[in-house]
Design a protein. Structure first.
Length: 362
C-alpha cells in the first residue's frame, strides 16, 4: 500500500506527498531529496513526540544526517511567536545553518509553526512535513501555508513556504482519540462540497468504513482529498484567486473558534461555518433545502456538533470582521453555486449572516 502524489509549481514538480501505512519508507522518500551530512531538527509536541519521535529519528539517522528533536507543549495555545522564538534559540544554539532542515512531526499546529519557523529562520531554510492527524494529512500539510496565531487572532502572522516532502503514515491515525480523528473530516467534506460532487457522494456512501478506520477506505479518502487540494494550490499557490475557495466555512468558523477559546477543534468550527454558508446558499436559491438537509445529516454521520451555546451571533459577526480574509473592508465569503461548485462572494450582508447563524448558535 503506497501512493505518491506530486505537487507542481509553475508546471515543475516541487514535492511529493507520500501516503504509507508506516514509517518504513520515510528514509527512502527523504533520500530522494539528496540531503546528507546536514542537521535535521524534528519539531514535535508533547502529545506526538513520545509516540513517534524516536521512530522518526531512527529512520532519518539512516540518511546520513545528524538528528535533533525539539518538543513544545501540545495545543493551540503554543502556536504563537513565543514558541517560535524558543525554537529559533534552539536552532541557533545548535548551529543550524541555511543548508540544514526542519521536520514537522505532528498535527496542524506543529506543521504551521514549524513551516513558519523554516520560512523565517536565516531568511528561509528547507523543511518537510510528517503530519500525524487527519486534519494535517488532508489539509494543512499541503500547499505551503505556514503561520502562527497573534494575540488570539488565528494565523494572523505567516508566510507561504513550500515543504520539500510530505510523508503520511496512516497508522498514526489509529492513536488519535475519536473526537480528534473525526474533526479531520471537516476539511475532507469541505473538499467535496467545493470541488467534487462525486467525491462528496463517495464520502456519504462510505462513512461507516471510514469511521471504522478501514485502511483501504482511508487511503482512498486521503488521496482523494490531497488531489483536490493539490489541484487548487497548483492553480493559485499564494491565494490570489481560487485558492480562497478552500476557506469555505472558515470565515465564521474561525470567529466561533476564537470566541469558544479553542474549546472546539478547528474541524468542528469549520463545519459550523459551513452550515452557515450552506444556509445562505439555500436562501439565495443555489442549492436545495434537500441538499442542505443531506449535508447536515452527513455532518451528524461524522459525529460533528451542529450547534453551539455560550456565545452570541453579534459577537461572531464582529470577530469575523477581524479575520485576515477581509478584503477592502468587505468579508470574502465562500458560497456554493451547487454541490461541488463553490464561488467567492463579496456581497453577504450582516443580516444574511445573522439568519444563517440562528440555528447554529443557541
Amino acid at each position: 500500500m503506497s501512493e505518491i502524489i506530486t505537487v507542481h509549481l509553475d508546471q515543475k514538480p516541487i514535492y511529493d506527498i507520500v501516503i504509507e501505512k508506516d514509517f518504513s519508507q520515510l528514509g527512502t522518500a527523504f533520500s530522494r531529496l539528496n540531503v546528507t551530512g546536514r542537521k535535521i531538527c524534528i519539531v514535535t509536541d508533547s502529545n506526538v513526540g513520545p509516540l513517534y519521535a524516536k521512530a522518526v529519528q531512527e529512520v532519518l539517522e539512516t540518511t546520513g544526517n545528524q538528528i535533533f528533536v525539539y518538543t513544545f507543549a501540545a495545543g493551540e495555545e503554543s502556536k504563537n511567536l513565543n514558541t517560535v522564538q524558543d525554537l529559533y534559540e534552539f536552532l541557533i544554539e545548535n548551529h543550524f545553518d541555511r543548508k540544514d532542515m526542519l521536520a514537522a512531526l505532528g498535527g496542524g499546529v506543529v506543521g504551521d509553526l514549524t513551516g513558519f519557523t523554516a520560512a523565517t529562520y536565516l531568511r528561509g531554510i528547507s523543511f518537510i512535513q510528517i503530519p500525524t492527524s487527519l486534519l494535517a494529512q488532508v489539509d494543512s500539510s499541503i500547499g505551503g501555508k505556514t503561520g502562527v496565531d497573534f494575540r488570539a487572532y488565528k494565523n494572523m502572522v505567516g508566510a507561504f513556504h513550500q515543504p520539500k516532502l510530505v510523508y503520511m503514515n496512516m497508522s498514526t491515525l489509529l492513536s488519535l482519540d475519536t473526537r480528534l480523528f473525526n474533526s479531520g473530516f471537516g476539511e475532507i467534506i469541505k473538499h467535496g462540497l467545493i470541488k467534487d460532487a462525486a467525491y462528496y457522494r463517495w464520502l456519504q456512501n462510505n462513512a461507516a468504513k471510514i469511521q471504522s478506520k478501514d485502511y483501504d477506505a482511508l487511503e482512498q479518502m486521503i488521496a482523494g482529498s490531497c488531489n483536490i487540494k493539490r489541484e487548487v494550490v497548483e492553480l493559485d499557490p499564494t491565494e490570489q484567486g481560487d485558492r480562497a475557495l478552500l476557506n469555505f466555512g472558515h470565515t465564521l468558523g474561525h470567529a466561533i473558534e476564537k470566541l469558544m477559546n479553542f474549546q472546539l477543534y478547528h474541524g468542528e468550527c469549520v463545519v459550523l461555518g459551513m452550515i452557515a454558508a450552506l444556509n445562505i446558499s439555500v436562501t439565495r436559491g443555489h442549492i436545495t433545502q434537500a441538499e442542505y438537509d443531506d449535508a447536515i445529516q452527513m455532518f451528524k454521520d461524522y459525529a460533528f456538533p451542529t450547534n453551539v451555546t455560550g456565545i452570541s451571533i453579534d459577537d461572531v459577526i464582529r470577530v469575523s470582521k477581524s479575520d485576515k480574509k477581509m478584503e477592502a473592508n468587505q468579508i470574502k465569503f465562500i458560497l456554493l453555486k451547487q454541490i461541488g461548485n463553490a464561488y467567492i462572494d463579496r456581497t453577504v450582508t450582516d443580516d444574511e449572516m445573522k439568519r444563517s447563524l440562528t440555528d447554529i448558535i443557541r
